[in-house]
Design a protein around this ligand. Structure first.
Ligand SMILES: NC(=O)c1ccc[n+]([C@@H]2O[C@H](COP(=O)([O-])OP(=O)(O)OC[C@H]3O[C@@H](n4cnc5c(N)ncnc54)[C@H](OP(=O)(O)O)[C@@H]3O)[C@@H](O)[C@H]2O)c1
Length: 257
């Protein structure tokens, strides 16, 4: 009989799309969450906190494979260290980590935390798989909405956002497969200027705005303009475009004809 797969972050956006795919392959899933939750058929919830390092020992009992998706604005580096230490003690056979494209290049705390988390996995002594993923369309949307409202277009800022279902499918495949080390990045089908993404959003709302070009300052601005947040040519690419995502996820309100 196969052992349960532990999914940290199984309650989050990516986790909610990935867990059903693991279940569809007949695997039992255990989800670590900071909050008490009621079990569902084939899904057991255990309470714990990856940053505080609580609940990990119990969550890892009898587990061979861990998919680590839990993440937040702070502490992803600490969380990875805690998880790796507990996984080593529990003799886990496969650790899978989601990271972000540009983790080791972007001069932003979130990216640095992800790079440190990758290092923890790589140096863990536990067989591992690391997948760097571009921003999700869902993640880009709130930023695009703000830029649309303010009518701003940061010059040279590009994204290659990707659909959550495509990310979930790749993660499930990697989790059910053998440890593969760092695999090809996963990004969306197109590299898009953010200004273009804002215009596409506006078009979908039946609006045409003139956008005021602005320059992102400092090292962060330079890194974005240099495309340090973008995947290499060797990346795997999803197929869902920004426009397709908008049509599905954020359709034009009925009042806008
Ligand atoms: N969204 C993107 O564009 C993107 C791109 C590349 C990589 N990623 C990475 O992918 C992962 C998942 O992203 P997402 O968009 O699905 O995130 P999300 O919707 O914000 O969900 C975050 C998840 O992490 C869990 N979590 C947060 N802090 C925790 C802690 N201290 N202990 C245990 N669980 C904790 C939450 O569980 P509870 O609230 O139930 O405790 C929740 O399930 C993150 O690591 C993120 O950095 C995201």
């Amino acid at each position: 009989m196969s052992t349960p797969i532990l999914v940290t972050g199984g309650t989050g956006n990516i986790g909610r799309h990935t867990v059903p795919l693991l279940r569809a392959e007949g695997r039992e899933v255990r989800i670590l969450s900071r909050h008490p939750r009621t079990d569902e058929p084939g899904v057991q919830y255990l309470q714990g906190d990856t940053v505080k390092g609580t609940g990990l020992e119990r969550a890892l009992e009898g587990v061979d494979t861990v998919l680590h998706l839990a993440g937040g604005a702070k502490g992803d580096d600490v969380a990875a260290r805690n998880l790796v230490a507990a996984a080593r003690s529990a003799r886990v056979k496969h650790l899978v980590l989601i990271s972000v494209v540009g983790a080791d290049r972007m001069p932003i705390g979130y990216f640095r935390m992800k790079a440190a988390a990758e290092k923890s996995f790589e140096n863990s002594g536990v067989p591992f798989t690391v997948l760097r993923v571009a921003q999700l369309h869902d993640f880009a949307l709130p930023m695009v909405k703000v830029l649309s409202k303010m009518r701003l277009a940061p010059r040279g800022l590009r994204f290659e956002s990707v659909g959550v279902q495509e990310v979930a499918e790749r993660l499930a495949e990697l989790t059910l497969g053998d440890p593969a080390g760092r695999v090809a990045d996963l990004a969306g089908p197109q590299v898009r200027e953010v200004a273009e993404m804002v215009r596409a959003y506006d078009r979908g709302r039946g609006r045409v705005h003139r956008l005021l070009p602005i320059r992102l300052p400092g090292a962060i601005g330079r890194a974005y303009r240099a495309g340090e947040n973008l995947a290499a040519d060797t990346a795997t690419r999803g197929t869902t475009t920004w426009e397709e995502f908008l049509a599905h996820r954020d359709p034009q309100p009925a009042s806008v004809a």
